[in-house]
Design a binder for this molecule. Structure first.
Ligand code: DGY
Length: 322
């Protein structure tokens, strides 16, 4: 048996990037992307020294029970609600994420969803593909302009700041709410004003959610919050599904209490609340905000570098959650 650390990679990524592990580690890459049953995941984790995993791998005390060799879990995501950090830390296992490298792609995608939802692009495309375009109507498919309107950002980390910077091109004043207020210089650079959550809900014409999912942020947007928003507002979620109460959101969209929504993430994904699937004023996508070739390569590189650094082969690449 080799004394080099063995690394399990739970899905195919970018072979040339993963190959950087080869001089120092034994590498086992899963040949296809799939969801592992908890016992199967536990067996995989028990057989390696390092694991490069993604959001489908939920790792807690049960999955770690037999993982006596495991020293580090490198998550292929900036969010790490799939990892039980307390259980990892109790087992003396390090964890890392892929902060920063996806900020710009996710910010672009948040804008794509915002503009797409405001201009009804999903429904219009479905209508065209269904062969229903027989004549162009002057008052058909009227959407909402976002330019000059107020952009609200709930969760003002690095992705929120990247979203805010883009608002300058649309002449949109930016309000944000965050647990901790940004330094003044950052607020100036983002041209963003800190407000309490209630003001954010009441004054935003477009509200983008970029919060991590924690027990405190679960259903941060539920029926009560939606009731405080303008009926003309557009809501975008590129964070995590559990942050929004999808049933309450579907009801608000159906009853015209919210104009539109653009959603990349869902409670219980890959299942989507059935009512959201029936509504024309919501633009839906399958959790792909960071999915560009460059960004997914960069995320893979961060995970690889973190594993290499952990075993003493090079500087640490990312911000570890623990
Ligand atoms: C993340 O990095 O947390 C994204 O949601 C996954 O692409």
């Amino acid at each position: 048996m080799s004394d080099r650390p063995s690394v399990w990679v739970s899905r195919p990524t970018f072979d040339d990037v993963i190959a950087r592990l080869a001089p120092h580690c034994e590498v086992d890459v899963e040949p296809e992307e799939r969801k592992f049953a908890p016992a199967e995941l536990a067996a995989k984790l028990a057989a390696c020294d390092a694991a490069i995993v993604g959001l489908k791998e939920h790792i807690g005390a049960a999955e770690l029970a037999g993982a006596k060799r495991l020293r580090i879990v490198a998550n292929l995501a900036v969010g790490y609600d799939n990892l039980d950090l307390a259980a990892l830390s109790a087992a003396g296992i390090a964890a890392s994420n892929t902060a920063d490298v996806l900020n710009e792609s996710v910010a672009d995608y948040a804008w794509a969803l915002l503009l797409g939802a405001a201009r009804r692009m999903g429904a219009a495309e479905r209508w065209l593909r269904a062969g229903q375009w027989h004549a162009t109507e002057f008052k058909g498919w009227l959407g909402t302009d976002v330019r000059g309107r107020t952009l609200g950002i709930l969760g003002m980390g690095r992705i929120g700041q990247a979203i805010a910077r883009r608002a300058q091109g649309f002449g949109m004043p930016v309000l944000y709410h965050n647990r901790t207020r940004l330094p003044e210089a950052t607020e100036r650079e983002c041209r963003a004003r800190h407000v309490d959550k209630d003001t954010l809900l009441r004054e935003s014409d477009c509200l983008v959610l970029v919060l991590p999912l924690t027990p405190e942020t679960r259903h941060a947007i539920g029926a009560a919050e939606l009731a405080r928003m303008k009926p003309s507002a557009v809501l975008v979620n590129v964070a995590r599904g559990g942050i929004v109460d999808d049933a309450a959101l579907a009801a608000a969209l159906r009853e015209g209490r919210l104009a539109a929504a653009g959603l990349d993430v869902f409670e219980g994904e890959p299942k989507v609340h059935p009512e959201l699937l029936t509504l024309d004023n919501v633009l839906l996508s399958p959790h792909i905000a960071s999915a560009t070739t460059d960004t997914r390569r960069a995320m893979t590189a961060v995970a690889v570098d973190n594993v290499l650094a952990f075993f003493g082969h090079g500087p640490h690449a990312g911000h570890p959650p623990n």
